[in-house]
Write a protein that binds this ligand. Structure first.
Ligand code: NAI
Ligand code: MG
Length: 488
């Protein structure tokens, strides 16, 4: 069951199936966002540690290694074994996550399930990755092989630490790659514990390596390392650009899952209460720290006032508090920086003329809690309608016609997700086709599923994770051509 004081078992760098100190001996603190106090110190990886991890991952990828000689089906079994260990330790993992990240315990449990399901999904792929025979010109047998790209660098954020890890470990391991990962500096604890489970499951040494530390040091060392063949990143647009530029020096493959300013369009033909509920869940999920958060709520003029009233009620009813508290739906923001940034956006919203209907202030005197906040009368030019806030702030914007809503929804450099709530099939299809976004939801929101590709248009990213496309990120295609005595 939930344990607000879980024992901290893993705090060191994980290389070659061993937990080790940083070469520099340095450590950094990880903070409990509910109190602002230190949980523990964690070994701080830097370039020297990345070099050791890449060396281990490269050796594990050697063509004669246990990992490369393993049957593809056996890789799938290892992934399944890992999920069984996660299931065994579900409450420990969830407790550790609530402590380190601040998300309500029930959400952390949900994340462990989501992570296990993502890993199970890719476990199934391990022995179903195949090339094809090709009808080539000339008397040749021509076929393609799908081969793992090699050592991959993976850099993940703090909002869904376990889920983002699973989204990256799953396809990379199913494909047969070896991994050098950096968790976010705010949330290293579950990633490190999952490494101990991977070892227990039987993954050979060097297949998975974990480097807790900071972006400009450890993260950069991964992005520029000549023996890392691909880098996969989830996080801010700003850092995505830095990583892509760093990866250019060695022409690494790059996949990026970045931010958003996703529009949710509510048409006036719908039940206001239901629509407000969809919008509320879409924006306040995970304290608004969600790349697909529906932060631009476009509402048609005929139901605008009624919608604002309902949205305000819902935000005010949300239970904010300690993540281990009974019935708590909403914990603290991840850290002081994000907390300050979000309160700054709220001030800008007020200053630029939006009307504050709910929230807008800190909750309590310690930790990084912010009341679920609703702004009405938001216009497209306001900062809160343009920039990613990554906090619990809903901006309700009025529109007249669907055509106009589509134009305005697309008037952004982002393109991660979008949604529409309507009873009109033509409106739903017109919007789904016209909106520039990697995921579109109709009469629902946040409906991410392991089997479908996920990623962004425009500056929201490059490549698609999850589903069959998610595997492709970790594969090379080789064409083999063999001369035959004759065509037939
Ligand atoms: P960030 O993009 O700085 O951090 C994400 C990861 O990148 C972390 O592991 C970090 O250590 C690493 N990183 C940072 N600088 C790096 C560098 N130069 N080279 C390699 N790796 C580097 O995000 P941050 O600062 O935590 O949050 C800032 C904003 O980013 C948020 O307000 C939000 O708008 C957005 N964000 C989006 C996420 C998403 O799911 N798409 C997740 C987290 C943040
Ligand atoms: Mg940062």
């Amino acid at each position: 069951m939930a344990n607000p004081n879980p024992e901290i078992k893993c705090t060191k760098i994980f290389i070659n199936n061993e937990f080790v100190n940083a070469v520099s001996g340095k450590t950094f603190p990880t903070i409990n966002p509910s109190t602002g106090k230190k949980i523990c110190d964690v070994a701080e990886a830097d370039k020297a540690d990345v070099d050791l991890a890449v060396k281990a991952a490269k050796a594990a990828f050697d063509r004669k290694s246990a990992w490369r000689q393993m049957d593809a089906s056996a890789r799938g079994k290892l992934l399944i074994k890992l999920t069984e260990l996660m299931e065994r330790d579900l409450h420990y993992l969830a407790s550790l996550e609530s402590l380190d990240n601040g998300k309500p315990y029930a959400s952390a449990v949900f994340d462990v399930h989501g992570s296990m399901n993502a890993l199970r999904y890719y476990a199934g792929w391990a022995d179903k990755i195949s090339g094809e025979t090709v009808p080539s010109d000339g008397p040749h047998l021509t076929y393609t092989r799908k081969e793992p790209v090699g050592v991959v660098g993976q850099i993940v954020p703090w909002n869904y630490p376990m889920l983002m890890l699973a989204w990256k470990w799953g396809p990379a391991l199913a494909a047969g790659c070896t991994i050098v990962m950096k968790p976010a500096e705010q949330t290293p604890l579950t990633a490190l514990y999952l490494c101990s489970l991977a070892k227990e499951a039987g993954f050979p040494a060097g297949v998975i390596n974990m480097l807790p530390g900071y972006g400009p040091t450890a993260g950069n060392a991964i992005s520029i390392h000549p023996d890392v063949r691909k880098v996969a990143f989830t996080g801010s647009v700003e850092v995505g650009k830095i990583i892509m530029a760093a990866a250019a020096s060695t022409l690494k493959k790059v996949s990026l899952e970045l931010g958003g300013k996703s529009p949710l369009v509510i048409c006036e033909d719908v039940d206001v209460d239901e629509a407000a509920q969809i919008a509320y869940a879409g924006v306040f999920e995970n304290m608004g720290q969600c790349c697909i958060a529906a932060t631009r709520t476009f509402v048609q003029e005929g139901i605008y006032d009624a919608f604002v009233k309902k949205a305000t009620e819902l935000a005010k009813s949300r239970k904010v508090g300690n993540p281990f508290g009974q019935g708590v739906q909403h914990g603290p923001q991840i850290d002081e920086t994000q907390f300050g940034k979000i309160l700054g956006y709220i001030e800008k919203g007020k200053k630029e003329g939006a009307s504050l209907e709910a929230g807008g202030i800190r909750v309590g005197a310690e930790g990084y809690f912010i009341e679920p906040t609703v702004f009405a009368n938001v216009t497209d030019e306001m900062t809160i309608a343009k920039e990613e806030i990554f906090g619990p702030v809903q901006s309700i914007i009025k529109f007249k016609t669907l055509d106009e809503a589509i134009e305005r929804a697309n008037a952004t450099t982002f393109g991660l997700a979008a949604g529409i709530v309507t009873k009109n099939l033509n409106n739903a299809l017109t919007f789904s086709n016209a909106v520039e976004a990697g995921s579109v939801w109709v009469n629902t929101y946040l409906a991410v599923t392991n089997q479908a590709p996920f990623g962004g248009y425009k500056q929201s990213g490059i490549g698609r994770e999850m589903g069959k496309e998610g595997i492709e990120l970790y594969l090379e295609t080789k064409t083999v051509c063999i001369k035959l005595p004759s065509k037939v």
